[in-house]
Design a protein around this ligand. Structure first.
Ligand code: FES
Ligand code: FE2
Length: 354
């Protein structure tokens, strides 16, 4: 579809030429749980500073469009969904799921203007979430470990709303050396912090992994028992990662998280845990523990970090051995941002230009 020249609407704070922003443009991002997008009702969300409307067309297909009607700039999310079309709240224009205006109530017999289209983004549904990309993703949405394995029980927790940058949030999730200090009595011993966080980072083409390391946790999982646990981390995209916590010889507790980069200083933390033991663990206990760890303790420290944006230049911070994953993460994000910047300066269209 040839896009017309729209007014340049962008309400976000994030500098769209910044490397951290550019690194996120071509990624898939969780924006909402699928169940929160009912048929027949437009739902507004914000991703990377862009206001977007989600709505379902024929067969429940989810659409993600710029929340903007090119006629007089009304947000389509204030409108309604009728006969598999979205209807603008201002003058009632109807747009079909191809993004084309097919009906102008003031002139029902005239052909609709050629320019009357909306900007569409890619949207898919997987793992109970709606995923949106404002750019051109190079791969499928990141995996949730053991999703198809019936031996693993899965529980969605959160979301938690952070007044913080999404990269700061994910960096915190992948940082085990803060456990005893931010989560004393839960993920670490405040009076006896682990001194053995040594691991290597394995840099794959499109993900980061760590080798195994061990930490002692007073409240290792929702059972509330102390354990020495073995960790591996996997970072699947700049906003998606999981830890594999081995709590017994064959017992695994996976904590998967995805951050919605709402804007430079706002993020939504989505969580799914999957585990192959403790079938009788009360789901309420899981929610309670995750709400303390991620909804309160991590949020408290991450919201206090300065600057809001995570520095991508390694020389701007201090690093020690236990920060290896954080250092590799910064380098990876920076490389993704530089790649995108080179593409743009090479003349390729920027998906976010409108
Ligand atoms: S602003 Fe959308 S129909 Fe007029
Ligand atoms: Fe934490």
């Amino acid at each position: 579809m040839v896009m017309p020249m729209f007014a340049k609407i962008y309400d976000g704070k994030w500098d769209r030429n910044a490397l951290d922003y550019l690194a996120l443009v071509d990624q898939w991002h969780v924006v909402i749980e699928s169940k929160e997008v009912p048929e027949g009702k437009p739902v507004p969300i914000t991703l990377l500073g862009e206001k977007i409307v989600l709505w379902r067309s024929e067969g429940g297909q989810v659409n993600a469009w710029k929340d903007y009607c090119a006629h007089r700039g009304a947000p389509l999310s204030l409108g309604k969904v009728q006969n598999c079309k979205i209807v603008c709240p201002y003058h009632g224009w109807h747009f079909n799921d191809a993004g084309k205006c097919v009906h102008v109530p003031a002139h029902p017999d005239q052909e609709t203007p050629a320019k009357s289209v909306v900007q569409q983004y890619r949207a898919v549904e997987k793992y109970g979430f709606v995923w949106v990309s404002i750019g051109t993703p190079q791969s499928d949405v990141p995996r949730i470990p053991r999703w198809d394995d019936d031996e693993y029980r899965k529980v969605h927790a959160g979301p938690y709303f952070y007044n913080a940058n999404a990269l700061r949030c994910l960096d915190n999730f992948m940082d085990a050396s803060h456990f005893p200090h931010v989560h004393p009595g839960i993920n670490g011993r405040g009076d006896e912090p682990d001194t053995t966080i040594h691991y290597k980072v394995i840099e794959k083409e499109d993900e980061l992994q760590t080798t195994e390391f061990t930490v002692v946790q007073p409240y290792a999982d929702a059972r509330g028992i102390p354990l020495s646990v073995r960790y591996h981390y996997y970072c699947l995209s700049p906003t998606v990662a999981y830890s594999d916590k081995q709590t017994g010889p064959n017992d695994h507790w996976f904590t998967w998280c995805a951050l919605t980069p709402v804007d430079e200083d706002r993020a939504i933390f989505w969580l799914v845990v999957s585990f192959n033991y403790g079938k009788d663990i009360d789901e309420k206990k899981i929610h309670e523990r995750q709400a303390i760890v991620f909804g309160e303790q991590d949020r408290w420290i991450v919201e206090a970090q300065r600057p809001f944006s995570m520095p991508l230049d390694i020389s701007e911070e201090m690093h020690v051995t236990s920060d290896r994953l954080g250092v590799a993460y910064r380098r990876w994000v920076k490389a993704l941002g530089e790649k995108k910047r080179a593409e743009i300066s090479g003349g390729q269209a920027v998906a976010t230009a409108a």
